[in-house]
Design a protein around this ligand. Structure first.
Ligand SMILES: Nc1ncnc2c1ncn2[C@@H]1O[C@H](COP(=O)(O)OP(=O)(O)OP(=O)(O)O)[C@@H](O)[C@H]1O
Length: 294
């Protein structure tokens, strides 16, 4: 496997704010990676540095062997879709698309036209007259039709309704299957995208808390349902993210490293084990809930 993006010891400070502090992770080529975290965690800052739009205060970034800051070739291999993207006042949708076609070497106009039809986006309308959701659609169309080897979506769907979001996920997956590339997705709609993600980087307070593949994450937190005594055994020494009890039965969400033996033993005792959702894991890992079981 080839590493597409490698970040080592990345730091970024804005005057007295430390946005990133010793962030290191790697994203493999041709994967869909989620960069997750609470508000102000440092996700956008990391993406800005990866795409060469900001300079790190310390550490290094490597995108397919190049440092992206002020490197035109590295930057042209990437497409960064962000909610805060602004365009000149007079620009209509068609002007934005024409600029994207000029700037992005792998641009697929046929795909862009297809998406414009599916999202029903009027090409003759001024961008500043678009609704919030339509503005997001424009970014999504650019990100998808760019076919850039590295495409980053930072909270791409502000204002998008549930049908349009599902269209985005479907189009992303179908096009990714046909044209594999490296996709980085930052979002707060964690459970909505959980099934898309092959790798997750969870950032909190400018530091990496989790950097793991989706398969391993399924073992990091589980929902266990069964007799309270057996549940208490399984919970011992692990962090309880949530507990509900009904008579002698309990249902707990637990965080910790579970071996196959741990889970098999609990199942033998009639405990039902299911993976916790990515959102539950994220809430637990970022420390807003949870307590250590004794
Ligand atoms: N230009 C800037 N000047 C000063 N502080 C900044 C600047 N950009 C970001 N920050 C600060 O850096 C920290 C990380 O911000 P960042 O936008 O990277 O977080 P985020 O994870 O993308 O958050 P959100 O999910 O709310 O968009 C925050 O404390 C933010 O206030």
């Amino acid at each position: 496997m080839t590493t597409a993006i490698s970040v080592a010891g990345l730091g970024k400070t804005y005057r007295d704010v430390t946005a990133l502090d010793g962030v290191s992770f790697a994203i493999q080529e041709n994967t869909i990676c989620g960069v997750l975290g609470r508000n102000g965690a440092g996700k956008t800052t990391a993406m800005q540095i990866i795409t060469g739009h900001a300079k790190p205060s310390s550490g290094s970034v490597d995108v397919f062997g190049r440092a992206p800051f002020e490197d035109r070739d590295a930057m042209s291999s990437m497409c960064f879709v962000k909610e805060s993207q602004r365009y000149p006042d007079e620009f209509k949708v068609k002007h934005v698309l024409a600029s994207a076609a000029d700037l992005l070497p792998q641009w697929d106009q046929g795909f862009a036209d297809d998406l414009l039809g599916k999202f029903d986006l009027p090409t003759g309308r001024r961008v500043k007259k678009l609704s919030r959701g339509m503005h997001s659609m424009l970014g999504i169309i650019i990100g998808l039709a760019s076919r850039a080897p590295v495409t980053l979506f930072d909270e791409p769907y502000l204002g998008l309704d549930v049908v349009a979001r599902q269209m985005f996920y479907d189009e992303l997956l179908a096009d990714y299957a046909a044209h594999p590339r490296t996709i980085v997705l930052s979002t707060h709609l964690v459970d909505e995208v959980a099934n898309l993600l092959e790798h997750v980087v969870l950032i909190d307070g400018g530091r990496v808390l989790i950097d793991d593949c989706a398969e391993n994450l399924r073992r990091r937190a589980v929902v266990a349902t069964g007799g309270t005594a057996h549940i208490d055994d399984l919970a011992a020494g692990r962090t309880e993210l949530r507990r509900e009890t009904l008579g002698t039965q309990a249902r707990v969400t637990l965080q910790g490293d579970f071996t196959d033996d741990d889970l098999a033993r609990a199942r033998e005792r009639g405990v039902d084990i299911a993976p916790a959702s990515l959102q539950q894991l994220m809430i637990g890992a970022t420390g807003t809930e949870g307590r250590q079981a004794s």
